[in-house]
Design a protein around this ligand. Structure first.
Ligand code: ADP
Length: 468
C-alpha cells in the first residue's frame, strides 16, 4: 500500500484529518474543563462573600460568626455538596450543617493555585461523601483577629458533564473515523484520476503506432509538462525505430546483390564440367564479392558499436592530431600510389591535442583520405591540412577528384547513400556515416563542400583537449 501513490495519499489524508479531529476534541475537552472550573470558582467566590458576611461584631469587642437564613439554603443537608467553615483566630467559629463531621479537613493538601486578585487559594480535594470537591480559602483580618473562610462545592455534576462529552466523542469517534476514511478514499481517487487517464493514453501506444502522441492540452495542468516530455521521448523512439528499420532494409538490400552474384557464380560453375581456369575465375569473382560484403558487414558492426556508445568520453585520452594524420596518410599511401594520386600534408597546428580515441580518429581520417584518393583522377592531388581555428582544431581533406553535387553534399553522410557518379566504383556507402558518428562522439563536426575548380573538401572541426 505504501508503494502506491493512492495508498500514501489515503494514509496522509486519513491520518491528518483524524489527528485534527482528535486535537479538536481534546482542545474542546480542555476548554470545557476550564470553563466549568472557572464558573464553579466564580460561584464559590460569590458564596465566600456571603459566608464572609456572617462574621461580624455586636458590641465592637467580640467577633461572632452567625448563621442567618442563608445557611438554611444549600448548606443544610449532608448530601447537598455545599460546605463552608469559618475559623477565627485558629478556632472553629462556624460551619455549614451539611458538614456532619465539623472537624473534617476541607483543605488537606497543597493548593492548586493562588488567585492573587481575589486573595483566594484554590484547592481540589475529596469531600466527606467521597465526592470531588472544589475548595477556596480566604484569609483576612477582622478586628485584629485572623479569620479564615473556607467554601467548598461538589464537582460531581460538573465533571459528569465533561465525562458525558468525552463519552460522546468516544462513541462518535469510530463513525467519524469511518467517514474520514471514506472521504480520504474519494479524495485520493479523484486526485489520481488524471494520472490514470494519462497512463491509459500511454497504454494505447505500442511499437505499432509510435507516431501517436498524448494531447498535452487534454491533461491536468501538472501532467502537461510530463506529456510534452513523453511526446519528445516518443518522437526520439519513433525516429530510432524508423532508422533501425531503414538500416535493416538497406543492409538486406545491399547484401542481396553480392549474394545473388555468389549464387550465380556457383550455378554457372556447377552447370557443366569446367576447366581449372574457369573454376579459378569463378572463385576469384566470389572472393572479390565476399570481400565487399565483409567490408559492408564490418562497417555495419562498427556503426552498431558506435550507436551503442562504444566511444565512452570518460575513457578518452589526449590525442595528437598530427600523429593521427601521419598514421592515416601512411596507411592510405599504397592506394594513392596505385591510383597515381599525390598525397600531401600541411600541419600548421603544431602540437594540437584533442581528448579522444586515437584508433577511431585515425580510422575516420583514413576513410576520408581513401575516399579522396578513390574518387580522384589519376595524377590528381589530395591534401590534408591541420590548423587552429577559433579555439578548435580544424582538419581539411581536399582533393581534385570527381567532386560532390550540391544536392548530395548532405546526403552522403546517410547510411548506404552513394552519389550516382560514385556507383561504378567499389564501396559500401557506410564510410562517411562512420566518420560522422566518430565526430559526434568527440563533440566534433563535419561537412562537405564542392571546390570551385573541381574536387571536394571535407572539413572537420574538433574541440581541443583541456590544458593539463
Ligand atoms: P563509399 O565510399 O564506400 O561509397 P562513403 O560513405 O565513404 O561510402 O561515401 C559515400 C559517398 O560519398 C560516396 O559513395 C561518394 O558518392 C561520396 N564521396 C565520398 N567522398 C568523396 C570524395 N572525396 N569525392 C567525391 N565524392 C565522395
Amino acid at each position: 500500500m505504501l508503494r502506491s501513490i493512492k495508498g500514501r495519499l489515503l494514509i496522509w489524508i486519513f491520518c491528518s484529518v483524524t489527528a485534527l479531529f482528535c486535537a479538536f476534541g481534546w482542545a474542546l475537552h480542555l476548554k470545557l474543563h476550564y470553563v466549568v472550573e472557572d464558573s464553579v470558582d466564580r460561584m464559590l467566590h460569590a458564596s465566600l462573600q456571603l459566608v464572609k458576611g456572617l462574621v461580624h461584631t455586636h458590641d465592637g469587642k467580640t467577633i461572632q460568626c452567625e448563621s442567618n437564613e442563608f445557611v438554611h439554603g444549600d448548606y443544610v443537608t449532608p448530601d447537598s455538596g455545599h460546605y463552608y467553615k469559618v475559623l477565627i483566630d485558629g478556632g472553629l467559629a462556624g460551619y455549614s450543617f451539611s458538614l456532619v463531621d465539623k472537624d473534617f479537613d476541607l483543605i488537606p493538601g497543597e493548593p492548586l493555585f493562588h488567585n492573587a486578585k481575589a486573595q483566594e487559594w484554590v484547592y481540589q480535594t475529596v469531600g466527606p461523601n467521597s465526592e470531588p470537591l472544589r475548595v477556596i480559602r480566604h484569609d483576612f483580618v477582622f478586628m485584629d483577629k485572623p479569620v479564615r473562610v473556607i467554601v467548598a462545592e461538589d464537582l460531581t455534576e460538573s465533571l459528569s458533564m465533561i465525562h458525558r462529552l468525552a463519552n460522546f466523542f468516544l462513541v462518535v469517534m469510530p463513525v467519524v473515523v469511518f467517514v474520514i476514511g471514506l472521504i480520504s478514499f474519494l479524495i485520493a481517487s479523484v486526485s489520481l484520476r488524471p494520472l490514470e487517464l494519462f497512463s491509459a493514453a500511454l497504454e494505447k501506444i505500442s511499437h505499432k503506432n509510435l507516431e501517436e502522441r498524448i494531447e498535452p492540452s487534454r491533461q491536468a495542468a501538472e501532467l502537461q509538462r510530463l506529456a510534452a516530455k513523453f511526446n519528445a521521448l516518443l518522437e526520439r523512439l519513433h525516429q530510432a525505430f524508423e532508422a533501425e528499420k531503414n538500416l535493416l532494409g538497406n543492409a538486406a538490400h545491399e547484401l542481396k546483390t553480392p549474394l545473388a552474384v555468389i549464387r550465380a557464380e556457383c550455378d554457372i560453375a556447377l552447370m557443366k564440367p569446367r576447366s581449372a581456369e574457369e573454376h579459378q575465375d569463378s572463385l576469384q569473382e566470389i572472393r572479390s564479392v565476399s570481400e565487399s560484403m565483409l567490408d559492408q558487414v564490418n562497417g555495419l558492426l562498427t556503426l552498431a558499436r558506435l550507436d551503442s556508445g562504444m566511444l565512452d568520453a570518460s575513457a578518452f585520452q589526449p590525442v595528437s592530431l598530427e600523429d593521427c594524420i601521419a598514421d592515416a596518410v601512411r596507411l592510405a599511401d599504397p592506394l594513392a600510389v596505385k591510383k597515381n594520386v599525390l598525397l600531401s600534408t600541411s600541419l600548421n597546428g603544431g602540437g594540437l591535442m584533442v581528448a579522444g580515441d586515437k584508433e577511431m580518429l585515425t580510422e575516420a581520417l583514413l576513410n576520408l583520405i581513401e575516399n579522396a584518393v578513390k574518387y580522384n583522377h589519376p595524377g590528381g592531388f589530395v591534401s590534408v591540412e591541420l590548423c587552429w581555428r577559433e579555439g578548435r582544431a580544424e582538419i581539411v581533406v581536399s582533393d581534385t577528384g570527381i567532386g560532390i553535387s550540391e544536392e548530395d553534399k548532405d546526403r552522403i553522410f546517410d547510411r548506404f547513400y552513394r552519389a550516382a557518379s560514385a556507383r561504378s566504383m567499389e564501396g559500401s556507402g557506410l564510410g562517411l556515416s562512420i566518420v560522422k558518428a566518430v565526430m559526434q562522439a568527440h563533440h566534433g563536426e563535419i561537412h562537405a563542400e564542392a571546390q570551385s575548380g573541381g574536387g571536394s573538401r571535407f572539413v572537420l572541426s574538433l574541440p581541443l583537449a583541456a590544458a593539463a
